[in-house]
Design a protein around this ligand. Structure first.
Ligand code: 5GP
Length: 106
C-alpha cells in the first residue's frame, strides 16, 4: 500500500515551500502558515505518522527527540516561556494528519 504524502511530507521533500527554521535527520521545524501567536512553530517528524493514536513503541526516541528540541527552539526565538499543543484526531481539532507539535510564544 502506498501512503499518500501529507502536506508536511511534501514540505520535507521540498515539493512545497515553507519557512524552515531547523532540520535534522529526524525532524523539521517550520513557521506555521497561519500563526496563532507572534512565534508559531511546527515541529514535524520526517516519519509520516498520522496521529498520536498511530504511534508505536519504536517511535519513543523520535518523540523524545522532538520534546527535547522544544526548549532549544524557544530559546533560539528569544522566548523565555511558550505553549505547546498537539491536536489529535478530527474531534481533537487536527487538520493535518501527520503528527506535529505546535510551539507558540508571545
Ligand atoms: P492541526 O492539524 O494541528 O490542527 O493544524 C495544522 C497547522 O498546520 C495549522 O496551524 C495550519 O495553519 C498549519 N498549516 C497547514 N498547512 C500548512 C502549510 O502548507 N504550511 C505551513 N507552514 N503550515 C501549514
Amino acid at each position: 500500500m502506498t501512503l499518500e504524502k501529507s502536506i508536511f511530507s511534501k514540505i520535507i521533500d521540498r515539493e512545497l515551500p515553507a519557512d524552515i527554521i531547523y532540520e535534522d535527520e529526524k525532524c523539521i521545524v517550520i513557521r506555521d502558515i497561519n500563526p496563532k501567536a507572534r512565534i508559531h512553530l511546527l515541529i514535524i517528524p520526517k516519519k509520516q505518522i498520522a496521529t498520536l493514536f498511530d504511534l508505536s513503541p519504536e517511535d519513543k526516541d523520535l518523540m523524545g527527540h522532538m520534546m527535547l528540541l522544544l526548549p532549544q527552539l524557544a530559546e533560539s526565538q528569544g522566548l523565555d516561556g511558550f505553549q505547546t499543543r498537539i491536536h489529535t484526531g478530527e474531534s481533537g481539532g487536527q487538520e493535518v494528519f501527520h503528527i506535529h507539535i505546535h510551539l507558540l510564544g508571545k
